[in-house]
Design a protein around this ligand. Structure first.
Ligand code: S3P
Length: 452
């Protein structure tokens, strides 16, 4: 176990490229494996979650190689052409990895057994099994619709129209990926639009994907089945969900200016930028362009005086992974920040809502929760800190409290911080390079573990 202690600093400044987008990285590997010919991926996130997807694609017969210059090369097997895996596929901590993989395997007439770490084995999979069963996939899962599970793709998959009961890009993506192997058209209907990386990248690989907006913001997303996907070049944007950590550190510092190059700014992911701007954050964009169908831009950030705001439930899907770090910004802001529509936070890598509340209270912040909302009362000054935060193997909880520790009077200690490498390898070095003071705790204190 690695514990990290984050000490107070005043200036946070400089320029740094954060690692590649996790969502796009998983998809680039999977779509490459479903394509014919060569795919070359630059900027792939080399975090544990994505490396689990690399191993899964190899186990299904795709050739995946890291070249000397850091480019990842994939030679795929085509839709329906993946091989039966000869062993259990372990997706580690990755909910996105396993759920998208279920959609990929649904379209192959093979049997696969999937599992993950303790956190992933506690997360709901029924939400993916329900639509895939409708398409003809057979499942046997652990109690409560959890991993480990075994699945067998049918010889003839059926296309469906599926109104998704949860605003989840993972559900949408699993159904669309299965739909690639079905004849005719498969449609997902979403009441609230979720991140559309699958749609954008599938088009980039040559699939026909249509999106129609209906009344009240609902969307119908349709994939035309049995296309030939062709290997291509994918440049992965820097991950806005990782950029969020140095970005908020820069905003809450007393002084400093930060530049984060080539960050993905997909509007369905950029809810945090909108919210922070409403809070008074000085964030500007430059060099806007498009890479592999995804908008990217450099983000420039200056230390800012933040104020509390109300974040509407309708924005939750566009910043679902950013509530832990937003809660830290809210703890430093002046006034009350209310965040609604957070039920999904309870079934992420941990019950994030509960961990945010426990951790902030331990740092002396006035905070309230309901089943699906969070209210943080900021005073306009950094909270006391001085707490030990048990990360419960949740990378975003760990990084969020380490960022808060850059401004609290007393240091914040985070246990099991090795979990950060699932999404942000090199986090501590990158943050320290910009002025943070995050130190790995001496070995003799490491066993004073997950107590908070
Ligand atoms: C993701 C979708 C989100 C997000 C996850 C990545 C994706 O989950 O929390 O980190 O890549 O599709 P849900 O769509 O299930 O909320």
């Amino acid at each position: 176990m690695t514990n990290i202690v984050s000490h107070h600093i005043d200036r946070f400044q400089g320029e740094s490229r954060v690692p590649g987008d996790k969502s796009v990285s998983h998809r680039a590997l999977m779509f490459g494996a479903l394509s014919v010919g060569e795919t070359r991926i630059t900027g792939l996130l080399e975090g544990d979650d994505v490396l689990a997807t690399v191993l899964a694609m190899r186990r299904l017969g795709a050739e995946v190689t890291r070249l000397d210059d850091g480019t990842w090369q994939v030679f795929g097997c085509g839709i329906g052409g993946l091989a039966a895996p000869d062993d259990v596929i372990d997706m580690g901590n990755s909910g996105t990895g396993v759920r998208l993989l279920m959609g990929v395997i649904a379209g192959q007439p093979v049997t696969a057994v999937l599992t993950g770490d303790a956190s992933l084995r506690a997360r709901p999979m029924e939400r993916i099994m329900t639509p895939l069963r409708e398409m003809g996939v057979a499942f046997a899962a652990a109690e409560g619709g959890r991993l480990p599970l075994s699945m067998t793709g049918p010889a003839d998959l059926m296309p469906i129209d599926y109104p998704s009961p949860v605003a989840s890009a993972q559900i949408k993506s699993a159904v669309l990926l299965a739909g690639l192997a079905a004849p005719g058209e498969t449609t997902v209907i979403e009441a609230i639009a979720t991140r559309d990386h699958t749609e954008r990248l599938l088009r980039h690989f040559g699939a026909e994907v249509r999106t129609a907006t209906e009344a009240a913001g609902a969307q119908r997303i349709t994939v035309v089945g049995q296309p030939e996907l062709t290997g291509c070049a994918v440049r992965v944007p820097a991950d806005i969900s990782s950029a969020a950590f140095p970005l908020v550190a820069a905003l809450i510092a007393s002084e400093g200016e930060l530049r984060l190059p080539a960050v993905g700014t997909n509007p369905l992911r950029a809810g945090l930028l909108e919210t922070l701007t409403e809070m008074g954050a000085d964030i500007t964009r430059a060099n806007a362009t498009v890479a592999a169908g995804e908008p990217i831009a450099d983000l420039m950030v200056r230390a800012s005086k933040l104020r509390g705001v109300t974040v509407p439930a309708g924005r939750a899907a566009s910043m679902i992974d950013e509530y832990p770090i937003l809660a830290m910004a809210a703890a430093v802001a002046e006034g009350t920040t209310h965040m609604a529509g957070l039920a999904e936070l309870r079934v992420k890598e941990s019950d994030r809502l509960a961990l945010i509340v426990t951790g902030l209270k331990a740092c002396n912040v006035d905070v309230e929760e309901t089943e699906d909302s969070l209210t943080v009362h900021g005073t306009g000054a950094p909270p006391a800190g001085g707490a030990t935060i048990a990360s419960h193997h949740d990378h975003r909880i760990a990084m969020s409290f380490l960022v808060l520790g850059t401004v609290t009077a007393a240091p914040i200690r985070v246990t099991s911080a090795e979990t950060i490498s699932t999404s942000f390898p090199g986090f501590q070095d990158l943050m320290n390079g910009l002025g943070a003071d995050m130190r790995i705790e001496d070995d003799d204190k490491q066993d004073q573990g997950d107590s908070a």
